[in-house]
Design a protein around this ligand. Sequence first.
Ligand SMILES: O=C(O)C1=C[C@@H](OP(=O)(O)O)[C@@H](O)[C@H](O)C1
Ligand SMILES: C=C(OP(=O)(O)O)C(=O)O
Length: 414
Amino acid sequence: MKKIAPSNIHGSLKIIPSKSVSHRALICAALAKGDSVLKNMAFSEDIAATANALRDMGLCEYELTGDVCTVHGGLRREGKQEIDCGESGSTLRFLVPLALDGKPRTFVGHGRLMKRPQGAYGRIFIRNRVEVEKTENSITICGTLDSGEYAMPGDISSQFVSGMLYALPLLINDSGIHLTTKIESKPYIDLTRSVQKLFGIRSHWRGHIIDVSGRQGYRPHDMTIEGDYSHAAFFAVAAALSGEVLLQGLEEDSDQGDREILGILQCMGADVEFREDGIFVRKNVLRPVEIDVSQIPDLVPVLAVLGCAVKGKMRIYNAGRLRYKESDRLHAMAHELEKLGADITEYEDSLVINGTGALDGGEADSHFDHRIAMALAVASCIAREPVVIRDPMVVRKSAPNFYEEFASLGGIVE
Ligand SMILES: O=C(O)C1=C[C@@H](OP(=O)(O)O)[C@@H](O)[C@H](O)C1
Ligand SMILES: C=C(OP(=O)(O)O)C(=O)O
């Protein structure tokens, strides 16, 4: 348990490297023949899962010295049959298409991973006559991937689209990914494309289709991983509720969709300034807004806390896919914030919060979900009594030092 007493947030913080960019850089580097040097890399559980999975698939070796990861990529080794994805949806969904190399591979998942939707690859497996065997915690696949035109849903998880984007350029002929529904989490698809571009791989949007030429090769590339906006959002909101913070290490013109947190806070009335030494966020009177989260799902837990901090009704909508993350995040936030004293209603794909500007505090459960734990810690900034978080160390999935970071800004963590 972690007990977080009400406090005001003040100070500056170097934001940890982006998890989404790190996954992508590691995969591209592993597929590029030669050495790529990735600076400002930090191994959370999810990033370690991707790096080790790429190594175990025989695609690369890597060394991590301090925060510098040197990837020796483009290997074509036998690798292991069993690939452990931890609890990382990105790792599993990004690597499945790359594993269609004729050898059997078993991807193992923990926690809720294998219960999250994996079906978007089902039609691709059938078309390519891939042998598939599933258990509660694993999926074994054996087959190869052909180039061609692939229809995929755009509203289950963008991670399937990213997965195909990594593998298709390596095939002999050209391919197209046809998204057959509205496209959600699109910034993540474009983030994949922009990191691939750094490693020499191109693809192009044509309406709802992404054209991917075959016979492309990943080229090694050295890069510095930019700061993580999804993570920075917790501190930006904490500051907007209770004090001020200077967020360092973030790219102002980043391709990360969760950069949108700054626009949301500005629109609600918080002070946000882009300074030479970082992005400064300060508390001000906040007004409720309606937020469409179809493109920014990872912000929802902390946006729900923001809803409790305003006076009035705030609606967070187009959030149905939040039910398929590390926990059912709509239910988890509604249930836990209610326990802390919020007036919040959960609908099928939205949350409606009648904010009063404050919470009571009390005991709440992380649902074994890192973003729920971190959002509950932020809730302490508007609570009258401490917030006690059960199973708090799940933050290791993305941010092993979250509580130390929070304490360094004046958070009172026991
Ligand atoms: O590609 C990525 O890095 C991610 C895509 C998003 O998933 P969905 O596309 O399933 O929304 C996001 O929720 C996840 O945390 C990271
Ligand atoms: C959903 C997340 O990650 P993943 O899908 O990669 O498990 C997350 O980090 O919030």
